[in-house]
Each structure stands twice: as C-alpha cells, then as structure tokens.
Write a protein that binds this ligand. Structure first.
Ligand SMILES: [Zn+2]
Length: 572
C-alpha cells in the first residue's frame, strides 16, 4: 500500500500535466476543426457546437407547423374521415376531411393545416360555412360562437388541387409503373400530411380512429391503412375504396397506394397478413415477403402482440425504399436482402434479411404505437427501431451477431450535433438518431448488466407507453424508476450533446495500477463500464472524478468493452 500511495501522489502530478496538455490540444482541435469520430480515439473531446452552429433558424412555416400553439392545444382530435377522389390523369385531388374534436378549453378558433398549393373550397360546421385565415401552411378556422370545453364538434373541410411533389419520397407522387399504369403513392413524414390533405398537422395529438375513402378509376386498387371495409362502384368509371383504421394514427402514417396491385394473403395465428405488389413482382414477392412472419414473431417475442391486430399487417410495394405507414408498411427494397441489395452495416449480417421489412415494420411498435410527441424527439422512433433490427438478429442468430451488427453502425455516426433537436419548430434530428440511438440503448443494456432484468424492462416499457405520444423525459423517467438507477446523465450525454463519453485511462510507468475517469459534457456523468481483458472483464464505476484501480495488465493489454458500451477511450 505504501508504494501505491507514493505512486498515487506521483500520478496526481502527471494528471495535472496531462490535463494541461489536453486543454491546449482541445484549443488546437477547435481551430483546425476535425470531424469527431466514434472510434476509439486519442483526440480530445472538443466542446459541442452551439445549437446555432448546426441548425438554421426555423422559418415561420416551421414554427407554425411545429409549435403546439393555443389553437391546437385548445382541442383534442377524435376522428377523421378523409373522403377524396384522385384523378390520375389530371394529377388532381378533391374531397373533404371530416374532423371531429373535443374542445379542452372554451374558444372560437382552432388551427388546422393545408399547404398553399391546395385550394380550400369551403369549411362547413353543419350547414354553416366557417371563416378561415391561411398563413404559410396553417389554416386558422373561426367559429361564429364560442365552442365549449368538454363538448364534441365536427367540421367538414373541403379542398382540391394539384399537390406539390416535394421532399425525399415526394410526399405524394403521380408515377407510372413499368407497364404504363398509374402508380400513386404518399410518403410525407417530415414535410407533413398537410402536403396532400387537411388535418391538424403535428405529432402530439392523434385521432382515436379514422375512415379513409378513396375514389379512383375502376381498374386501379387503393391500399390505405386499416381494414378494407369494402368498395363501391360509383357508376362514373370510378370505384370508392373504404378503409377503417380502428386505432390512433399519426397524420404522416395515413397513406394512399394506388396502382394495378395484385394481392396475396397469409396469416400468423389470427393476424391477417396482406401483401400488395405489381403483377410482374408477384413471384419474387411471395418468396421475399415470407420474412414478414419471422419478423413479427421476433418483435412479438420482445414486446408483446402486434399493435394493430384488428387492422391486420400489410406490406405494399411502392416506388421508394420504404415507409412505416401504420398497418400498411410500404416496400421498395428490390425484393432483395440487405438495403437495396447492399450489406447495410458492412459486417456480413445484413445480407441475411430484408432491411426494409425488418426496419419499417419495427416502427409498428416504435413510431406508430409509441409515437414521439414532437419531431425533436424522433429518436424514440428511429433509435428504438434501429435497436429492434439488432433484436431481430439476436432472436434469429444470437447475441454475438447482434452485437456485431450494432458495431457495424458505428462508422455511420457523426457526433456533430445532439440527437434531440429543437422542440416546437418541426425540427427533425440528424441521422445519428438512428445509429447512435441504437448504440445508446445497447449501452444501457450493458449498464443494467442483467438480461433477466433487461428483457422485462423493454417489454414493460413498450407496454406502458403503447398507443401514446411521449417525449424523451418520459423514457428517462421510466428507465430511472424501473432500474432504480439515475440514468438521466447517461441519456442526456448521448441525446443532448454532440459527443459520446470518453473514458480517460492513465497508466503509470510500471504496471499495477491505472487511473480512470469519464470525460463528458454532463458534469454528473457516471456509468459503469467493463474493462481489463476480454473474457475476464471487470466492472468499474467511473465518474468525472479520477479514481484508480489495480491491474496486472499493461497499457497495451488493458482493454475496454467498446462493443458493449458506445464510448471513446483515451489511454495515456
Ligand atoms: Zn425508420
């Protein structure tokens, strides 16, 4: 102990020297500015960039779309009936959305949304036309008298026009398939459902259920969300397809898929599985879509029954890669494994399964059933669903392959900005929400360090929040309560700062001892981590203050389990 104490004293001096050097090189790093990598790195952790460095100032349209203002907060959505006609040749929509809502406060005005490219034909309250004011995508609807808190009201919002094609998947696209038939699809997450239909276009509030009626030329098929109620020949060359959604649904999940679809079906227990593809893809689809069953079995194993059993599960071919439309997942992954035929995480595991079937369907649990209440907290959709990919791998091929799959995500992480974006301005986080989000959840599993606790924790977390719209704080509170740990600084470091924690290791000249601490933005950051030698890991409990431990390992031999914890390591 005597020599150890002496060495300890000597090291304290070393640390002061090391910290002085680190702070000097941090300044240099900020001047030369290098991209922070997720790999084990000896470069110092620079301060995260200020919010204003990364994100542009929100536009008025983004603020109107993103804020849960007084004319949204004064009411609670109950029901939509979207009842429209789609003319493929004119690329024209017309019809109405019946919107039923309960007032939560007395008021004579509510906020709805519809993009300026579409015309408002009229808004009726029973037979009374309502006045309205349009403002860059928002529609403020005024009533002739005060609506009373607790009362339920219904309006019919008539609209028409040529919607704009915009964004990654076009929001709504009027295409032709290879045979020259119309192929019309929606995918509007981000830009918002008000790109093509009038609604209360935000994430916090959802209708309890919904009807979708779509009139299209007789020879076409519409596949929307929910259960097919029936179709009616309108006698004018058009047929109306009626779908009923019997669960809460996000606006951006509401979808049209209009084409020359052919249908085939299967069942998983009592759950109807319905598949819609273009005729020329039928044989390929019958092979590829068989993966849906194994996917459902895996997710049901971890989280409980498929969330939308009454509506069934559907997989629908679309002209873009894919989207998690509730109970009507769209698919455009070339009927190949991996992502568009590529090894998605580059470690040889992704080619075993169809990335789009596994990822987009995972959103039925995280994204559609549990929904973020603001796009700022979208990691609740994407971080969790990316983690679900690894659960699918674990269910099929075991933990080692799951950890390997997750490790393949690391090169995709940029660590340039926090995962949680600015709230209330319709700000979508960077792609780090996917990969870093999943790596953080895997880190939490190692922190809990007991799979007998981890699996029930995941299951109960999902069950506790299913069909709800939640924020990051809800997740953190739940995990803190259920684990009895204070995980707040851990969540905050990964979600609210650009950089991941770095384990500082300081070795003496002779073997026998190592000093350690976390370098993190969260001053109270504390997280156990496995160190030492693989197969003989030892758990230490570093904080942001220096501690020390004895070790028989040399600096070169001493390792950190970075496949189980997403952290940087700096050995000195
Ligand atoms: Zn996703």
């Amino acid at each position: 102990m005597h020599t150890i104490a002496l060495r300890f004293l000597a090291w304290m001096l070393l640390i002061f020297a090391a910290e002085a050097t680190a702070s000097l090189s941090a300044q240099t790093a900020q001047q030369t500015t290098a991209k922070q990598t997720s790999a084990v790195s000896a470069s110092p952790v620079a301060k995260p960039p200020a919010k204003s460095d990364g994100a542009p100032a929100p536009t008025r349209a983004a603020m109107l779309r993103g804020a849960y203002g007084p004319y949204r907060a004064n009411n609670d959505l109950l029901y939509y009936h979207l009842d429209i006609r789609v003319d493929p040749e004119k690329q024209f929509l017309s019809g109405k959305n019946t919107i039923r809502f309960k007032m939560l406060r007395d008021g004579a005005r509510i906020q709805l949304d519809l993009r300026d490219s579409l015309t408002i034909d009229k808004i009726l309250w029973n037979a009374t036309p309502l006045k309205y004011q349009r403002d860059t995508g928002a529609v403020f609807v005024d009533f002739p008298r005060t609506l009373r808190a607790g009362q339920v009201y219904s309006i019919d919002f008539y609209y028409s026009g040529h919607p704009d094609e915009y964004g990654r998947f076009g929001d709504i696209t009027f295409k032709k398939d290879a045979a020259g038939h119309p192929w019309i699809n929606t995918a509007c997450e981000g830009d918002g459902a008000s790109m093509w239909w009038p609604n209360k276009d935000q994430w916090r509030d959802e209708v309890e259920n919904m009807d979708i009626s779509v009139a299209i030329p007789n020879e076409l098929v519409d596949v929307s969300n929910g259960k097919l109620v029936g179709k009616t020949d309108l006698g004018d060359g058009y047929t109306r397809w009626d779908w009923h959604v019997s669960y809460p649904i996000n606006n951006y999940d509401v979808s049209l898929n209009i084409g020359s679809y052919v249908h085939f079906a299967d069942k998983l227990g009592d759950l109807p599985l319905d598949f819609y593809v273009l005729p020329e893809e039928l044989e390929k689809a019958k092979v590829q879509f068989a993966q849906a069953k194994g996917m459902l079995e895996a997710y049901q194993h971890y989280f409980g029954p498929y969330p939308f059993a009454r509506d069934g599960y559907k997989l629908i071919e679309a002209p873009y890669t894919g989207m998690e439309h509730q109970s009507a997942v769209t698919y455009g992954n070339l009927f190949k494994n991996g992502y568009m035929g590529r090894d998605w995480t580059g470690v040889g595991i992704s080619p075993r399964f169809d990335f789009i079937i596994i990822h987009e369907s995972g959103h039925e649990w995280f994204g559609n059933s549990i929904t973020a209440a603001d796009p700022s907290d979208m990691w609740i959709h994407e971080g969790w669903t990316t983690y679900l990919e690894s659960l699918y791998v674990e269910y099929r091929w075991g933990k080692n392959d799951a950890i390997k799959y997750l490790g393949g995500l690391k090169p995709k992480v940029e660590n340039l900005r926090p995962i949680v974006a600015e709230r209330g301005v319709n700000a979508e986080p960077d792609e780090d929400q996917y990969f870093k989000g999943a790596l953080m959840i895997n880190t939490l599993r190692s922190v809990v360090n007991d799979d007998a606790k981890w699996w029930p924790l995941l299951h109960n977390f999902y069950q506790h929040f299913k069909y709800q719209n939640i924020l990051t704080g809800d997740v953190v509170t739940y995990f803190n309560q259920q684990t009895g740990m204070n995980l707040t600084p851990v969540f905050d470091q990964y979600l609210r700062h650009a950089h991941i924690p770095r384990l500082e290791l300081l070795f003496g000249e002779a073997p026998g001892m190592v000093m350690y601490k976390w370098n993190a933005d969260e001053s109270s950051f504390a997280m156990p981590v496995r160190v030492g030698a693989p197969g003989h890991w030892q758990i230490i409990y570093p904080t942001t203050e220096w501690q020390w431990m004895q070790t028989p390992l040399t600096k070169e031999q001493f390792q950190v389990a970075t496949d189980l914890y997403y952290v940087d390591v700096n050995k000195q």
